[in-house]
Design a protein around this ligand. Structure first.
Ligand code: C2E
Ligand code: MG
Ligand code: MG
Length: 703
C-alpha cells in the first residue's frame, strides 16, 4: 500500500463522522444502506432522484419497492444472493419507479457488509436514464433500418474492409441461400465457388483501393437455381473517425430489361418472317467472315439469290401467299446450303449466302446450281401451286473486291445480269456488269424527271382485222426520248418504273394521251373503221397500277368527258386474273360493267388460268410473239396457236396475233381462224401523226 494513502485513510476514518455525511449528501450518486430488505440509509441525491424525502424512504421502503414491477423478482433475487453471502459484490441494471410514477433507468452496485453487527448491503445507484434513452433510440433505429432493408426486394449486403459480411437483408439470404446469422463474419470465399469468389473479391479490392462507388452487370444463379441478369451497385462507407468502414452493396434484377434488350436486338437483326438474319445482321456477319478469311488467307463467295416472278405471285395471289413463298424459299435455301448462320434475307425476295473457303472455283457455281434446282420445283402454298425460279449472282472475296459492301453490290449486279439472261440461272460478277448497274441506276434517276420534262411520247401500232386487213384497233405503246441516250425501250424502263413506283404516273399519262387520240380519231371522217364500229385504242396496264388503285378512276374520267368506253381497251397479263385482292377484282369488274374491253397480253407466257377468262368476261387474247415467230418452222408452235384460237372462240373470246412479220405467218393465222393481227408486217408502232396518216390510207383503200 502506498504510504501516503494509508496515512490519508486513517485520517479519513478519524474524521468519518464529519466527512461522510457531507460526502453522501452532496455526491451526484445515490448512496444507500439496506438491512432486512429495508433502506436504513439513503442519501439526498437518491431520495431526490425518486421524488421522496430521505425520511420517507427510510420509513419502510426497500429497493424492490422502487423497482419497476416486471423486474422486482430479479431485484429481489440479487439482494437475496448478496445477503445470503452467495456473492459479495454485485451489479444490476433495472428501471426504477419514482414517486410520481415515471420510470428512470438505474444501475445498482452493492457490497455485502456488517452494520451494527448484522448483515447489510451498502451500495451506490447511478441514474443512467439519458444513456439508456440514447441506446434505445439507436436500437430503435437499427430495428427500423433492418425492417426497411427486409422490405427491399433487392438483395442488400454489408461487408467490412476485410471483406467479411456485416449484415444483409432477407432478399440476400434468399439469393445465396444462407441465413443472416450464418453469414455474418464470413467472407465470399466461404459461400461462393472459388472462381466466382475470386471475381467478387477482386471487385471488392478494387473498390477498397479506390473508395467510392462501383457498378457492374453479371449473370447470377440464385440459391433456388434461377438464372438472373443483375447489376451490382456497391459503395464504400466510412466510420465515424473517417476511416474506411467497408462496403454496402445492392443487387438489382435487370433480367426483364435484358430480355427486352435481347428481344429488341433480335428484332433489329433477324427477319421476322423467315427467322433468317436481316440485312443489318448480315453486314456484320459478312465483315466478320471477311476478317476471318483475311487472317486465314482464304476465299469467300457471296451468293445473291433473287426469286424470279415473286412480284407477280405477290401481286396476283396476295401478300399472304407471297409471305408463305418467302418462308418456304428461305427453308429450301437453308436446307440446300446447310449453314443458316451464313444465310440472310435482305428484304423483299432477296436472299444472300456466304460460302466460306470455296478454295476450288467449283463449289460456288455448284451451290448456285443446287439452289436453282431447289427453288425451281413447285411450291404448294395454301392450296395454290406456285412456280418460281431463282436468279443468282456470285461475287468472290478477295478476287473481285476486299470490301464487304462492294462484294454485296457486285453479287447483286451479277444477279441482275442473271435475270436479264432469262432468269433461272446464275451469273458470276464481271467488271462490265458494274457498268450496266450504273446505267440502270442512272436510268431510274432520269426516269423520275422524265415525265415532268415531257420526254415521253405515246406511239400507236395498228391492229388489223385479218381477213380485210382494215385497221380496227391500235395499241398505245410508250416511248421515252432520253435527252442523252436517245430512244429507250419500254421493255427496259417499264420494270424500273414499276420498281421505283412511278408506273402509276406514267400509266396515267398514257391513258390521258390515248383517250385524247381515241376521241380525235373517232370523230366522223378521222379514221373510224365504220360508223357502227369505233377505232379502239388498247393501253397496257401493269399489275402495280391495279394495286395502287389509280386506274379505277378512269371510268369516271371517261364519263365526265363523254367518251364512249368502247373506244378503249385494257391489256393486262394473265397473272392478274388470279389476284384475289379487292382493288384488282373490283377494277376488273368495273371495267367490264363500264364496257371497257379487256385483252390478255402475251398470252401463253404466264400463268394460264382458263376458268378466269370466263369469270371476268375477257374479250381478247393476244397470242404472244414467241408463238407467232416460229409458226412456219415449228409445227408445235402452230399447234399451240391453233389450240389457243379454238379454245378462245369456244369461250366467245376473239384472238389477236402479236408480232406478225411475214405473209406466211399471216396466212397460217388466217387459216387457223385468228381474228386480228398486229406486227411489223402492217406497221411498227409510230407517232400519233404518222398513225393518223395510216388511218387516212386505210380509209382510202377501203373506199
Ligand atoms: P407488249 O404489250 O407485248 O407490246 C408489244 C411489243 O411488241 C411492243 O414492244 C412492240 O413494239 C413489239 N412489236 C410489235 N410488233 C412486232 C413485230 O412484228 N416484231 C417484233 N419483234 N416486235 C413487235 P415495245 O413497244 O418495245 O413494248 C414492250 C413492252 O413494254 C410491251 O409489250 C408492254 O408490255 C410494255 N409497255 C409498252 N408501253 C407500255 C405502257 O404504256 N404501259 C405499260 N405498263 N407497259 C407498256
Ligand atoms: Mg401490249
Ligand atoms: Mg404483248
Amino acid at each position: 500500500m502506498i504510504a501516503g494513502l494509508d496515512e490519508f485513510g486513517s485520517k479519513l476514518l478519524r474524521e468519518a463522522d464529519i466527512l461522510l455525511p457531507g460526502l453522501f449528501n452532496y455526491a451526484k450518486t445515490g448512496v444507500y444502506v439496506i438491512q432486512d430488505n429495508r433502506f436504513v440509509f439513503v442519501n439526498r441525491y437518491l431520495a431526490d432522484l425518486f421524488g421522496y424525502t430521505q425520511q420517507e424512504l427510510c420509513a419502510g421502503f426497500g429497493p424492490v419497492d422502487l423497482t419497476h414491477p416486471p423486474q422486482q423478482a430479479m431485484a429481489q433475487r440479487e439482494i437475496d444472493r448478496r445477503l445470503s453471502g452467495e456473492i459479495k459484490a454485485s451489479f444490476y441494471a433495472c428501471r426504477g419507479v419514482c414517486k410520481d410514477g415515471h420510470l428512470i433507468d438505474v444501475e445498482v452496485y452493492g457490497v455485502t457488509t456488517q452494520f451494527e453487527g448484522r448483515p447489510a448491503i451498502i451500495g451506490i445507484l447511478l441514474d443512467v436514464t439519458e444513456r439508456c434513452a440514447a441506446e434505445r433510440e439507436i436500437a430503435d433505429q437499427l430495428g427500423f433500418i433492418r425492417q426497411l432493408m427486409d422490405t427491399i426486394p433487392s438483395p442488400l449486403f454489408f461487408k467490412d474492409e476485410a471483406g467479411r459480411y456485416l449484415g444483409c437483408n432477407t432478399a440476400f439470404e434468399n439469393y445465396i441461400g444462407i441465413a443472416r446469422a450464418d453469414l455474418i463474419g464470413r467472407s465470399v470465399f466461404d459461400i461462393a465457388p472459388p472462381d466466382l469468389a475470386d471475381k467478387y473479391h477482386a471487385a471488392d479490392r478494387e473498390l477498397f483501393d479506390y473508395p467510392g462507388t462501383q457498378t457492374y452487370e453479371a449473370a447470377v444463379t440464385y440459391a433456388d437455381g434461377t438464372r438472373r441478369d443483375v447489376v451490382f451497385n456497391k459503395a464504400t462507407f466510412t466510420k465515424a473517425d473517417g476511416s474506411l468502414g467497408g462496403l454496402v452493396g445492392v443487387i438489382l434484377d435487370i433480367s426483364e430489361r435484358k430480355q427486352m434488350e435481347r428481344a429488341i436486338w433480335h428484332e433489329a437483326n433477324y427477319d421476322a418472317l423467315t427467322g433468317l438474319a436481316n440485312r443489318r445482321r448480315f453486314k456484320v456477319r459478312l465483315n466478320e467472315e471477311i476478317a476471318g478469311a483475311e487472317q486465314a488467307s482464304q476465299n469467300l463467295a457471296l451468293l445473291f439469290i433473287d426469286l424470279d416472278r415473286f412480284k407477280e405471285v405477290n401481286d396476283t395471289l396476295g401478300h399472304d401467299i407471297g409471305d408463305l413463298l418467302l418462308i418456304e424459299a428461305g427453308r429450301r435455301i437453308c436446307r440446300t446450303l446447310g449453314n443458316n448462320e451464313h444465310i440472310a434475307r435482305l428484304g423483299g425476295d432477296e436472299f444472300v449466302a456466304i460460302l466460306p473457303t470455296p478454295d476450288d472455283r467449283e463449289s460456288a457455281p455448284m451451290a448456285a446450281q443446287q439452289l436453282i434446282r431447289a427453288l425451281d420445283s413447285p411450291f404448294e402454298l395454301n392450296g395454290h401451286l406456285v412456280y418460281v425460279s431463282a436468279s443468282i449472282g456470285i461475287a468472290y472475296y478477295p478476287d473481285d473486291t476486299r470490301s464487304g459492301e462492294t462484294l454485296l453490290s457486285y453479287a447483286d449486279q451479277a444477279m441482275y445480269a442473271a435475270k436479264s439472261m432469262g432468269r433461272n440461272c446464275f451469273q458470276r460478277f464481271t467488271p462490265s456488269l458494274q457498268q450496266r448497274a450504273r446505267q440502270r441506276l442512272a436510268l431510274s434517276n432520269d426516269l423520275r424527271r422524265a415525265l415532268g420534262e415531257g420526254q415521253f411520247e405515246v406511239y400507236y401500232q395498228p391492229i388489223v382485222e385479218l381477213g380485210s386487213r382494215r385497221i380496227v384497233k391500235a395499241e398505245a405503246l410508250i416511248r421515252w426520248h432520253h435527252p442523252q441516250r436517245g430512244m429507250v425501250s419500254p421493255a427496259e424502263f417499264i420494270p424500273i418504273a414499276e420498281d421505283i413506283g412511278v408506273i402509276g404516273e406514267i400509266g396515267q399519262h398514257v391513258f390521258e394521251q390515248a383517250t385524247t387520240m381515241a376521241l380525235r380519231w373517232n370523230t366522223p371522217g378521222m379514221g373510224q373503221p365504220s360508223p357502227e364500229e369505233s377505232l379502239q385504242i388498247s393501253i397496257n396496264i401493269s399489275p402495280r397500277q391495279f394495286v395502287t388503285g389509280k386506274c379505277g378512276d378512269w371510268i369516271a374520267y371517261l364519263r365526265e368527258r363523254g367518251l364512249p368506253s368502247a373506244m378503249l381497251s385494257a391489256e393486262i397479263t394473265e397473272g392478274l386474273l388470279l389476284d384475289e385482292r379487292p382493288a384488282v377484282v373490283d377494277t376488273l369488274l368495273a371495267f367490264r360493267d363500264a364496257g371497257i374491253q379487256v385483252s390478255i397480253d402475251d398470252f401463253g407466257t404466264g400463268y394460264s388460268a382458263m376458268s378466269y377468262l370466263k369469270k371476268f368476261d375477257i374479250d381478247y387474247l393476244k397470242i404472244d410473239r414467241s408463238f407467232v415467230r416460229d409458226l412456219t418452222t415449228d409445227p408445235g408452235d402452230l399447234a399451240i396457236a391453233e389450240a389457243m384460237i379454238v379454245m378462245a372462240h369456244k369461250l366467245g373470246i376473239r384472238v389477236i396475233a402479236e408480232g406478225v412479220e411475214t405473209e406466211a405467218q399471216c396466212a397460217l393465222l388466217l387459216e387457223a381462224g385468228c381474228d386480228y393481227a398486229q406486227g411489223f408486217l402492217f406497221s411498227p408502232p409510230v407517232p400519233a401523226a404518222s398513225f393518223e396518216r395510216l388511218l387516212d390510207q386505210n380509209r382510202v383503200t377501203r373506199a
